[in-house]
Design a protein around this ligand. Sequence first.
Ligand SMILES: Cc1cc2nc3c(=O)[nH]c(=O)nc-3n(C[C@H](O)[C@H](O)[C@H](O)COP(=O)(O)OP(=O)(O)OC[C@H]3O[C@@H](n4cnc5c(N)ncnc54)[C@H](O)[C@@H]3O)c2cc1C
Length: 363
Amino acid sequence: MHTLMQGGETGSSRHSLLNVCAQPVLHRLSLYGELPAQLIQIISRASVRLMDSDMLISQTMHNYEAAEQLNRPSVALSQPTHDLETILERIEQDGLALHYRSFMQNFAHLFSLFLTPDQYERARASIDAGSALRFLMSDAGGPTLTSWRTVAQPEGDGFKLHIDKVWGMYANLDGMAIVAARTPGSFFPSAFLVWPEQYKTLKRTLCGEPFLGDVVQLGNVKGTVQVAQEDRLKVGGPAVLNKYLTTVRPFLVRALMAHLEWLASQGRLELTPDERASRDFIAAAARTKTLADRYESEDVHRVLALKLASNELLLHLVSRGAVASFLDQRDLLAFTKMEGSSYRCYHELRASMRVAKPEPESI
Ligand SMILES: Cc1cc2nc3c(=O)[nH]c(=O)nc-3n(C[C@H](O)[C@H](O)[C@H](O)COP(=O)(O)OP(=O)(O)OC[C@H]3O[C@@H](n4cnc5c(N)ncnc54)[C@H](O)[C@@H]3O)c2cc1C
């Protein structure tokens, strides 16, 4: 288990709050190799800062250890990633803005892993006819599933889908969507395909100023559509959305690390040797993950730790003044929220660990 001591701290700080509460993150990251000392520091400070009252009240001085493994068998994954590799190379040469749309279109293809052959064929036909795929998760009711306003009520052979979604990329434009919804009686959100002709009927509004120049516009979406049973995503089981996010997050992290490289080459970002080491570690770890050809249940946490590390490096660079322009600063911070804020990642990573039985000398 990695501790702050490996980052150069003294033995007396072994049970510092900083040290202990970073363990759920550092433990997962250590699976990718030895962490650079500065990255350990960045993550440790972040972990302390991210603690809410509930976490603080339950925090003990004892080390964490991984909770019982479920030992679910890993599943083979054949990801259609050839295009993504090429795009990632281009992002490093030209920056993210120029290649963002094609990068996101490839994310949509990764969703094909979670569609039935019939759903895939229909979605493919819509995409080929020019309809881009929106992914609508963030809800106007807030982050807790029980308070979501987007609800799928069983009706007839299918569901009446009441949609009230916010902050969707390009959600203001026509297209098709995967909409996450609360389904009465289920602990997990369900996901539904909403086809272009249905999506057209929804009320869409622009949300905020765009990011990455004028490339990434967010939109809010509201309205009701009737969806069929066959439009519900079933491949991948109830945790399908989590599996999708686990698949795409390392690609996003690679894109962000490539974008940092480009910003530095343009003189828009200053990277110290230590920061570069952190960037390189995160980029290499994310690359390892995207090249994996199996999906293991443990990957959820390995990838959450990676997204948290990426978020915190971006935040560190912005907050120490390494990024000169306001717009670059705003873009980088936006990417610390998208597909997993540090708070959400940290929350889940803590929940995935348990407090180890205290060693006699540590009491
Ligand atoms: C550029 C961009 C593109 C996006 N694209 C999409 C998209 O296509 N589709 C989509 O569905 N969404 C999209 N989003 C939304 C994104 O997914 C959310 O911003 C993300 O899930 C984080 O949610 P959040 O901002 O509510 O922050 P969270 O950190 O998840 O916060 C959630 C809640 O936790 C609380 N909280 C946060 N930190 C703490 C703390 N330290 N202590 C105690 N409480 C805390 C907050 O009060 C808040 O209520 C996009 C966002 C951006 C910026």
